[in-house]
Ligand binder design. Structure first.
Ligand code: 9MJ
Length: 688
C-alpha cells in the first residue's frame, strides 16, 4: 500500500514541528506551546506512522525520547536508558493498558500495581559509588544526558551519601527534580521585583534552575527531589516488588513520596486516579497525572520495553490545565473605585475541565510584561477553581495585524478621563460618582451588610435603579417609594414594601459603619472605626480633613509630615490621608452627606476608646527607653486612655524621648511640643 501524498506531507510537517518544539523544550528551556498541544502533535504522528509504517524515518521524533543535550554541560551516557512513559488520557485507554499487560503475562486475575503521582519536573539520574554521590545527569534524549553533578549537589533533599552500613557499590537513583508551588511563587515574585523574566510554571522554573552553568544560581532556587526508580546497580539483590525497592531507597536516604501506594487491578488504579485528582490542588507540588507500574519486578522483566517506554508502566494524565487559544479582544471593566481591569475575550477553549472564554489580564503592567496583543495565540491556564489567566504568548504565531493593547484614554462606561498615577499599576476612571459603573459599585458597597446593611438591595436591583435614573447617589435611596419600586422587574408590592422597610431601618446606624459605607478609598472597616474613635464626630473629621488638605502641596514637608491631623490616627498614612482629604474637599460628597443626615441617617455618640486620666491626650514616642520596650510604653499610655501616635503635630500633648531620638524630636521642638524624658514618663504613667 503506497502512502497518499497528503499524508506523507503531513507526517513530514509534524516531524519538523515536533523536532522544533523538542529543541525549544529540552535545549532552550523555553517551550512555546503547552504540553497538551505537544502531546497532540506526537500522537498524530504516531497514529500516521502506525497506519503507514513506511513513513517512519530514522530521525523521526517518535523514535527517541527527547532532544540533544545543550552545549555547555558535559555529556553523560546512560548505560541503562532513561525511558519515558506511555501516556493515556482516559479510563478506556487505561483499561486497554491493563488488558495488554494481562495478555502478555498470560493471566486473568487483578495485577498488582504501584501507583505514584506524576511529578511535573525534570527527570534526573543520580549515581552513587561506594555510597557517595558521584554524578548527576539529566535525561537528555534518554541515552545521553547532561552532566549536572555540581547543580544536583545543591538540591538539599538529594543525599550526598547513602545511609546505612553496607551501601551498594554502584547505584543509580532515578527520579524527578521539581519546584514546590510555594517556592515557585516566591521565586517569581523576586524575579519580577528585580525586573527579570519570570517562569511560566514550576516545571520550567525547575528546568531553568537546574540547567544553570553557575551552580550558585541553582543553589539559590527552591528545588526538591523525589525518587521513583533506578538504573544501574551493583552489589545488591533486588527485592520482589518495585514498591519494596522504593522503600529500600527511602532507607538509604532518598525522598520517596508518601503518596506512593500499592493498588490492586484496574479498579484500584481508577480509585487512585480520582483521589489524586481531587487532592491535586492541595498538594504542595505540581503533578500532571499519576503513574501505574506493574509492581512485580519479575513481571516487569517479562513485559520488557519498546524503544521508547517500558511496557509495564503508564502515565494516566489529568486533563490539561494549559491550552492554546486566540485572544479576540480586550474589554475594560470598571470597579467601584474606578479601577479599570482588562478582561481577555478568548476563542472558547476547553481547559482544566471547563470551556473558558474570558480570562483576567490583571493590569497594564502585566500586559506589557508579557507583551500580549490582540490577535495573539496565547496559553491559557485554569488550575482548580482559580480564575483563568493568560500565562504566555506564542510569539511565533503572532499575526502581522496583531494589535497592541492600549489603556483607554476615556472610561468605557462614562467617557471621563482615565488616569494612571506615576508608578502605579492601576488606572482609574476619574468620573467618580458621575460614572454609572462606579455609581453602581458604590451603591452596592453602601448597602452591603457590613456597611449600611440594606437587606434585599442586590446587583440586579441596583442596575435597574441606576439605569432608570432613580438613584444617582446613595442619598437617593432614601427617597424611593414602595409604589415606585413595585414597578421594577421581579418586584411585587410585598417585596417593594420590605425593601423600603430595610432602607428605613438602615438610617439607624453607627459612625464607623457610616464612614465605611461612604466608600472612601483605603478606608476599610477597621480604619473607619479608628477614625470614628479619634474624631468622635463627622464635623471634627471633616474639619480635620479640610485643614489637612492645606498641607498637601507643601513640598517642604515629607509625606509623613503632611496631613498631621489625619495621620495622628493610628494606621493612617499619607495615602489614606490623601483619599480622606480629597473626599471631603469635594462639594458633591459633602452635599450627599448633608442629604443623608437630612433624611434621618443618625448614630449614637461615639465612645472614646478608653476612658482614663489621659483621655484626649496624644503622645509620641521617639528613641529607645532604658526600662520599657516601645510596645510596653505604648500599652501603658493607652491603658490610661491616651492615644499614642506615630507623628508629631500641634495636637501632640508631649513627646517622650529615649536614647537616639529621631526627627520627631526636632519636630516637637519646632512646634513647641513639651518633651518628656524617661523619668518624667514614669512619673506620668505611675503617678496618674
Ligand atoms: C514521574 N514523572 O513522576 C516515572 N514519574 O518511571 C514517575 N516518572 C517513570 N515514574 C519510569 N512517578 C520512567 C519514568
Amino acid at each position: 500500500m503506497s502512502v497518499p501524498e497528503s499524508i506523507a506531507r503531513r507526517a513530514a510537517e509534524l516531524r519538523e514541528q515536533i523536532n522544533y518544539h523538542n529543541y525549544r523544550y529540552y535545549v532552550l528551556d523555553q517551550p512555546e506551546i503547552p504540553d497538551a498541544e505537544y502531546d497532540r502533535l506526537m500522537r498524530e504522528l504516531q497514529r500516521l506512522e502506525s497506519q503507514y509504517p513506511e513513513l517512519i524515518t530514522p530521525d523521526s521524533p517518535t523514535q527517541r525520547v527527547g532532544a540533544k543535550p545543550a552545549e555547555g554541560f558535559g555529556e553523560v551516557r546512560h548505560l541503562i536508558p532513561m525511558l519515558s512513559l506511555e501516556n493515556c488520557f482516559s479510563e478506556d485507554e487505561l483499561r486497554s493498558f491493563d488488558r495488554r499487560v494481562k495478555e502478555r503475562l498470560g493471566r486473568t486475575g487483578a495485577v498488582r500495581y504501584c501507583a505514584e503521582p506524576k511529578f511535573d519536573g525534570l527527570a534526573v539520574s543520580l549515581r552513587y559509588e561506594q555510597g557517595y554521590l558521584v554524578m548527576g545527569a539529566t535525561r537528555g534524549d534518554g541515552y545521553v544526558g547532561e552532566d549536572v553533578t555540581q547543580n544536583v549537589r545543591t538540591v538539599r533533599s538529594i543525599p550526598l551519601r547513602l545511609r546505612g552500613e553496607s551501601p551498594p557499590s554502584v547505584f543509580e537513583a532515578r527520579g524527578e527534580i521539581f519546584m514546590p508551588k510555594a517556592g515557585f511563587e516566591i521565586l517569581n515574585r523576586k524575579l519580577a521585583a528585580r525586573g527579570e523574566k519570570t517562569f511560566v510554571n514550576p516545571r520550567n522554573a525547575a528546568a531553568g534552575s537546574l540547567r544553570q552553568l553557575d551552580p550558585a544560581v541553582t543553589a539559590s532556587r527552591p528545588l526538591a527531589f523525589y525518587a521513583y526508580g533506578w538504573g544501574e546497580y551493583q552489589g545488591i539483590e533486588l527485592p520482589e516488588f518495585h514498591s519494596e525497592m522504593l522503600e529500600q531507597m527511602r532507607q538509604w536516604g532518598f525522598p520517596v513520596s508518601h503518596e506512593v501506594k500499592v493498588v490492586q487491578g484496574i479498579e484500584g488504579c481508577l480509585a487512585y486516579y480520582m483521589d489524586m485528582e481531587k487532592r491535586r490542588p492541595e498538594l504542595p507540588f505540581e503533578i500532571d497525572g499519576v503513574v501505574f507500574k506493574v509492581d512485580s519486578l519479575a513481571q516487569q522483566e517479562i513485559l520488557g520495553m519498546t524503544s521508547r517506554a517500558p511496557r509495564w508502566a503508564i502515565a494516566h494524565k489529568f486533563p490539561a490545565q494549559e491550552e492554546m487559544t486566540r485572544l479576540l479582544d480586550v474589554e475594560w471593566q470598571v470597579g467601584r473605585t474606578g479601577a479599570l481591569t482588562p478582561v481577555a475575550r478568548l476563542e472558547p477553549v476547553f481547559v482544566g475541565g471547563v470551556t473558558v472564554s474570558n480570562a483576567t489580564l490583571h493590569n497594564m503592567d502585566e500586559i506589557e510584561r508579557k507583551d500580549i496583543r490582540i490577535g495573539d495565540t496565547v496559553v491559557v491556564r485554569r488550575a482548580g477553581d482559580v480564575i483563568p489567566e493568560i500565562v504566555a504568548v506564542v510569539k511565533q504565531r503572532r499575526p502581522a495585524d496583531a494589535r497592541k493593547i492600549e489603556l483607554p484614554k476615556k472610561c468605557p462606561v462614562c467617557g471621563s478621563d482615565v488616569v494612571r498615577g506615576e508608578g502605579e499599576a492601576i488606572a482609574r476612571c476619574s468620573g467618580g460618582l458621575y460614572c454609572p459603573a462606579q455609581r453602581k459599585g458604590s451603591i452596592l458597597h453602601f448597602a452591603s451588610r457590613r456597611a449600611m446593611n440594606i437587606e434585599g438591595l442586590g446587583e440586579k436591583l441596583v442596575d435597574q435603579l441606576v439605569e432608570k435614573g432613580w438613584v444617582e447617589h446613595v442619598d437617593d435611596l432614601y427617597r424611593l417609594t414602595a409604589s415606585q419600586l413595585a414597578k421594577l422587574d421581579r418586584m411585587g408590592p410585598k417585596s417593594a414594601a420590605n425593601l423600603i422597610e430595610s432602607i428605613e431601618r438602615s438610617k439607624n446606624t453607627t459612625m464607623p459603619r457610616f464612614l465605611f459605607a461612604l466608600g472612601i478609598r483605603e478606608i476599610g472597616e477597621a480604619t473607619a472605626k479608628l477614625l470614628a474613635e479619634h474624631f468622635g464626630t463627622l464635623e471634627a473629621l471633616e474639619k480635620a480633613a479640610l485643614e489637612d488638605l492645606k498641607t498637601e502641596k507643601d513640598t517642604s514637608l515629607k509625606p509623613e509630615q503632611r496631613y498631621p491631623r489625619l495621620q495622628a490616627v493610628p494606621d493612617i498614612g499619607p495615602a489614606a490621608a490623601t483619599h480622606i482629604c480629597h473626599f471631603f474637599s469635594q462639594d458633591r460628597n459633602r452635599q450627599i452627606i448633608a442629604n443623608l443626615l437630612n433624611v434621618g441617617v443618625h448614630w449614637p455618640p461615639v465612645k472614646a476608646k478608653r476612658e482614663g486620666p489621659l483621655t484626649g491626650k496624644t503622645y509620641v514616642l521617639t528613641g529607645a527607653l532604658d526600662h520599657w520596650t516601645r510596645d510596653e510604653a505604648k500599652a501603658a499610655l493607652e491603658s490610661l486612655g491616651a492615644h499614642v501616635s506615630e507623628s508629631v503635630s500641634k495636637k501632640t500633648t508631649a513627646v517622650i524621648m529615649g536614647k537616639d531620638p529621631g526627627s520627631k524630636l526636632d519636630k516637637a521642638r519646632q512646634l513647641g511640643v513639651p518633651i518628656l524624658d524617661e523619668a518624667a514618663f514614669e512619673t506620668l504613667v505611675k503617678g496618674t
